[in-house]
Structures are given as structure tokens and as C-alpha cells.
Design a binder for this molecule. Structure first.
Ligand code: SF4
Length: 297
């Protein structure tokens, strides 16, 4: 049996874990190719019109796997940590996929209620069983995968850089270089160091969100806000770029929370959808960098 893994949504954040787990189990798997125009067009064709861009792109990745594998992995993410939830689109993703894309092989899905080790192990055990793996191999594969995931994150090695910029947003916007038009490379080429939320530990995020009136309900909001707040208080960056999916409800709230908190650092919000043109995108980045230059000189 060949398992298909769509390279979309949280695959960007957890690919080291996912790949290491199935490799350790000797499961034959393929991933979809990197996002490109063909994937995007497939996603736009099959996803409902009002879905955000990352959800459309995920549909494209799934559709591109048809005919290449016997089963496609689409986890049902309910929450990634206790008391915090994830966008409802993740909860209904297996159904969205199943009823939007014709001629799919089996959709392999199990629920993830939290990413703590116990819950995550329960999830992978169920998935492992469904792809025919024996229980005794699972624990070893799981801890190998946990170790692999520790290497995730940008190096954040800022040596002799002109400026430091915090790149915020959902991981699938920050790490999918097609969706974000290769923003990390563009900034690096301009001598800018890019820092992402992985730079700081979860315990720091927990401290930073304490000054909010209410603990954020959404995990993504919590991470972005916590990192932005820490970056301001510790003079970590010269500017913030927030990559936002058009029509994302969570973004509309967290961006306002960040703007309210971070008064001393310039913020550029770049909205992305399938109509976003690279020329306009680049112009906005250039204008932001010019402004930083004037501000810092
Ligand atoms: S959090 Fe926003 S960008 Fe992410 S899937 Fe939900 S609506 Fe889309």
C-alpha cells in the first residue's frame, strides 16, 4: 500500500515528524510536489469558493495525489494544545476534501485533540495500525519522529544583517514559498534576517499572553501575539511582516491585537489570496524596507 501525504497546511510545520514516523515504520509513502500553479489551479477548481487560500491549496495537493497512491492522509485537527482550538476548517477538512474532490482513494483520517506526547502517540498509533504496522514498532517510530521534529525552525542566524524582521502568520503561509512568493529569500537577498515564532519557547509565549484581557482561544493567535509582544519588549526586530490569508477570521483579530500591543515597531500586513500579484507584493515589501531604512538612519 502506498500512502499519499499532501504537502499543505500543517505539513509545513510537522513534516519532519511525519516523514520520520513513516520512514521508521517502513511505510511506503509519497508526498505531493511543492505548491505551484498546477496545484493552486486544482485547488481553486475543487474547493468551495469562499475557502481561504491555504485550504484551496490543500485541496490542490490532495487532488494531485489521485492515481498515485492507495490512501491519502488528512488528519482531523481539533486542537493543538489544551484549552486552545484551531480553525474550524481543520476540524471539517476530511469531509471538505471527501465531498469536493471526485475519484479519491481512501481518505485516512483520525482525530488529533492535542499535540502533547500522549495524545499525539494515540493518534499515530491509530494511523500506524490502519496502514498495517505492528504495535511494537510504533513506539520507536514515534520517538524517532519526536527527535526529528526538534530540528524544525529557521536557523535565525542573524550575523551582520542590515535589519531583522519578524515574519508572522500561519506556518503554511510563512513556509510555503509559492504562497508567500518566496518572501524569505527575497528578504535574505536584501540583507535582512528573518526571524519566526519558532525562535522563542512556548513558556515565553505563555508569559507574554498574560497581559491580554482574555487568554486567546486560538492557538495560531496565541503564538503570533506572544512572539510579537516578546520581540517588542526585547528589541528583537526592526520590523514585523504579517502574512495574512484573505478572509481569515483569526487573522483579522490577531493583527489588531498585535498592532495594539506593538506600538514601537513598524508592521506590514500582506494579504494573500489566489489573485495576489507578485509585482504588487514586491512593491509593498520594497516600500516597507525603504521606510525602515529612513527610520534607522
Ligand atoms: S486559520 Fe485562517 S488561513 Fe488558516 S485555515 Fe483557517 S481561515 Fe484559513
Amino acid at each position: 500500500m502506498i500512502l499519499g501525504i499532501p504537502k499543505g497546511l500543517l505539513y509545513y510545520k510537522y513534516h519532519l515528524f511525519i516523514n520520520a514516523f513513516f520512514e521508521a515504520l517502513d511505510v511506503e509513502f509519497i508526498t505531493s510536489k511543492d505548491t505551484d500553479k498546477e496545484i493552486l489551479d486544482l485547488g481553486v477548481k475543487y474547493a468551495v469558493d469562499d475557502a481561504c487560500l491555504p485550504i484551496k491549496v490543500f485541496h490542490g495537493h490532495v487532488a494531485s495525489l489521485r492515481g498515485k497512491c492507495d490512501s491519502i492522509l488528512v488528519p482531523r485537527f481539533m486542537s493543538v494544545s489544551k484549552g486552545e482550538y484551531i480553525c474550524p476548517k481543520f476540524c471539517g477538512l476530511p469531509e471538505m476534501i471527501k465531498y469536493s474532490i471526485p475519484n479519491l482513494p481512501t481518505i485516512l483520517t483520525e482525530q488529533i485533540s492535542s499535540l502533547n506526547e500522549k495524545q499525539l502517540y494515540n493518534f499515530v498509533k491509530k494511523i500506524g495500525k490502519r496502514v498495517g504496522c505492528k504495535n511494537h514498532k510504533m513506539e520507536n517510530a514515534f520517538f524517532t519522529a519526536i527527535e526529528a521534529q526538534k530540528n524544525f525552525g529557521l536557523g535565525n542566524t542573524c550575523k551582520n544583517n542590515k535589519y531583522k524582521i519578524a515574519l508572522l502568520g500561519h506556518p503554511y503561509n510563512v513556509y510555503d514559498s509559492y504562497l508567500n512568493m518566496n518572501i524569505i529569500n527575497k528578504l535574505n537577498k536584501d540583507g535582512i534576517c528573518v526571524i519566526t515564532e519558532e525562535r522563542i519557547d512556548n513558556s515565553i509565549v505563555n508569559e507574554e499572553i498574560k497581559d491580554l484581557f482574555k487568554r486567546p482561544f486560538w492557538n495560531f493567535a496565541r503564538n503570533s501575539y506572544g512572539f510579537a509582544s516578546y520581540a517588542q519588549e526585547n528589541n528583537l526586530v526592526d520590523g514585523i511582516i504579517y502574512l495574512s490569508s484573505f478572509a481569515c477570521g483569526i487573522d483579522s483579530i490577531v493583527i489588531e491585537l498585535i498592532k495594539d500591543k506593538v506600538k514601537d515597531i513598524p508592521i506590514l500586513v500582506l494579504k494573500i489570496d489566489e489573485q495576489t500579484g507578485e509585482a504588487g507584493f514586491d512593491t509593498r515589501i520594497e516600500a516597507f524596507l525603504d521606510m525602515l531604512e529612513r527610520r534607522c538612519s
